[in-house]
Design a protein around this ligand. Sequence first.
Ligand code: MG
Length: 269
Amino acid sequence: MNKLVITLAPTGNVPTKALNPNTPITNQEIARDVKACYDLGISVAHLHVRDEQGHPTSRRDLYKDLVDQIDALKIPIIKQLSTGARGGENTFENRGQMLDLNCEMASLSTGSSNFPNSVNHNAPELIEALALKMLQNNIKPEIEVFDLSMIKNAQHLFKKGILKGPMHFNLVMNVPGSIPGTPRNLMFLIESLPPQATFTVSGIGHSQIQMLTLSILMGGHVRTGLEDILLMDQKLTTNVELVKQVIKIAEALKRPIATPDEAREILGL
Ligand code: MG
């Protein structure tokens, strides 16, 4: 079977030290967790940054500092920067400001949905502007799918030439307000992908083990990290523990783990 690409999402926009003291918030803490998880076998780091108060932001200077800190580690990890909707104002100037930095991938939501306490706000003109800047700067989008409509809209953008194939999707299961994380729903999304697409799966909260296991079985890839899940067996977990858990499942299912260079080939970077 094809090798498994493991993505680490160490921080996200929601976790805080109060919710889980193991959450890396400063760039130094994030780089430390990326290195520890790289040593275990991750090949992609999905990165968010926080401002001096610990709030989510899209600030280019902070992303640049994080990219520089990870580059200084001299590890061949694939850096994927978030352009998500919780990083401040929903303008292209704000959300796309980090897309000229040294990274191979960036996240791109191709539709709107609800988060528990806010709107995952992605207007058509914003999506197209972000996708075009990624295309111009040779950054591969990871298309964030919170519902079927995001897959359909990505196919529409592909036809317009704004997205290049083969597209790579992240099927984000079980965000409250979006598609629930059930095996049936995940199968439905996988079957709805364009034929050449690659996909990874994120399982939010208690859906994580079931959703990631199903993806490993189906030849997909997986994302884990404190962005997606804060507790394991009712106890506060860490990024390292979450990656170790994924590796244990992959080993049990006889799915070999991809190195970053193998991941580049699989993802068409
Ligand atoms: Mg994210």
